[in-house]
Structures are given as structure tokens and as C-alpha cells.
Design a protein around this ligand. Structure first.
Ligand SMILES: [Zn+2]
Length: 87
């Protein structure tokens, strides 16, 4: 993602890049409501791409951050699998 978009992401900035992510989340919601599985897949990929762009703007290693928070157990109940009451 850095090779593809880092320069553009810096020019756009953090706030506008966040708005792009929100836009894609809206498109995912629409695809889910329309039960368009192909579009759901595409929109999910777009969301991940924008999350990576934001991570790059903060120089965050998203893979490390994800593993640190979710690899061992649920961050709330500290169990694997999660036994939290909420769905
Ligand atoms: Zn849990």
C-alpha cells in the first residue's frame, strides 16, 4: 500500500483519508442491504485498503498492531474463543 498510495495519502491528509474510509463503509452497508456478495467482497477490500492508508499516515505497522490486540485472546474477556455476552 505504501508503494501504491503513500504519496497521495500524504497529500490528501489524515482527515480526508478518514472520510474516504467512512465513504467505503457506507458502500459496504449498501452492498449488504442489497445482498450483493460480489460487491460486499469488493467494498471490504476497499475498507482494508483505506485502513492501511491511515495506518501508513501514522507509521503504524497494522499487522503488528492487530496481532498485539487480537492474536492471543479477546481483548475484553481475555478468553479464546471469546465468551463476552455481547454478540
Ligand atoms: Zn470476549
Amino acid at each position: 500500500m505504501k508503494d501504491l498510495y503513500l504519496e497521495k495519502d500524504f497529500k490528501r491528509g489524515k482527515e480526508k483519508t478518514m472520510l474516504k474510509l467512512i465513504e467505503e463503509v457506507g458502500e459496504l452497508a449498501e452492498a449488504i442491504l442489497l445482498e450483493d456478495e460480489e460487491k460486499v467482497s469488493e467494498e471490504m477490500a476497499d475498507i482494508i485498503a483505506w485502513v492501511f492508508s491511515i495506518a501508513n499516515l501514522y507509521n503504524i505497522n497494522l499487522s503488528d498492531a492487530f496481532k498485539e490486540k487480537y492474536n492471543q485472546a479477546c481483548p475484553k474477556c481475555n478468553k479464546k474463543p471469546c465468551i463476552c455476552d455481547s454478540i
